[in-house]
Design a protein around this ligand. Structure first.
Ligand code: TYD
Length: 210
């Protein structure tokens, strides 16, 4: 089983990913909790070139092109799928990823890249069984981010967060595996919404009524 958490910065993805992983472990599943960008050499390159650029980064005059940025995220993902996601699924584990190719569609599309090109570029990526979109208004995300160490240009720009949120909501209409979770609620309530969706998925898997 392969489950992904998506949403704008500050939506609570990593907290909910951990809670969900613990929930699965309690049920006796073997869980692999992972994230994108990854902690591999590719992920580090992204952090260096794209995310931690600060003043020298793409926030002030594009150190790298938007296309190069999309390709780096895709390269990181290709390794992620090949080395960790596919083998873990094949070994019968539950894979939970904090971000996946939907992030590339939502963010790099917001950068002005063509959605069809981005979808094609990420065609190699195994489709998850369930994508939990932790949805909240950009205003709320900015409020939450203020109390956190801010390290990427994405975090700083309200307008981008707003656009990315809109994009995610548009993607729900294209990808039926995406389900909206109201991320405005408190941590426990959000977790309960997620568990309800996961239980529905598990029932479908067991009874084969997809
Ligand atoms: P984030 O989840 O904040 O990682 P970390 O907390 O480890 O730095 O992701 C970093 C940023 O990268 C986030 O603003 C979203 C962006 N991003 C993309 O633009 N495209 C992608 O394909 C991915 C995976 C992330």
């Amino acid at each position: 089983m392969f489950i992904v958490l998506e949403g704008i910065d500050g939506a609570g993805k990593s907290t909910q990913a951990k809670l969900l992983a613990a929930w699965f472990e309690n049920q006796g599943y073997d869980v692999v909790l992972t994230k994108e960008p990854t902690d591999t050499a590719f992920g580090r390159l992204i952090r260096r070139l794209v995310l931690t650029g600060g003043r020298e980064g793409i926030i002030d005059g594009a150190k790298i092109s938007h296309e190069a940025e999309a390709l780096l995220f895709a390269a990181d993902r290709a390794e992620h799928v090949d080395k960790l996601i596919r083998p873990s699924i094949e070994a019968g584990k539950v894979v939970i990823s904090d971000r996946y190719f939907y992030s590339s569609l939502a963010y790099q599309w917001a950068r002005g890249l063509d959605l069809e090109w981005l979808i094609d570029l990420n065609r190699f990526a195994i489709r998850p069984d369930l994508v939990l979109l932790l949805d909240l208004p950009a205003k709320e995300s900015i409020k939450r981010l203020r109390s956190r160490k801010i390290k990427s240009e994405f975090d700083k720009i309200f307008e981008l967060q707003r656009k990315v949120r809109e994009n995610y909501l548009k993607l729900v209409r294209i990808f039926p595996e995406m389900k909206i979770v109201n991320a405005m609620e408190d941590i426990q309530t959000v977790h309960e919404q997620i568990v309800a969706l996961v239980e529905t998925l598990l029932e479908k898997k067991v009874y084969g009524t997809r």
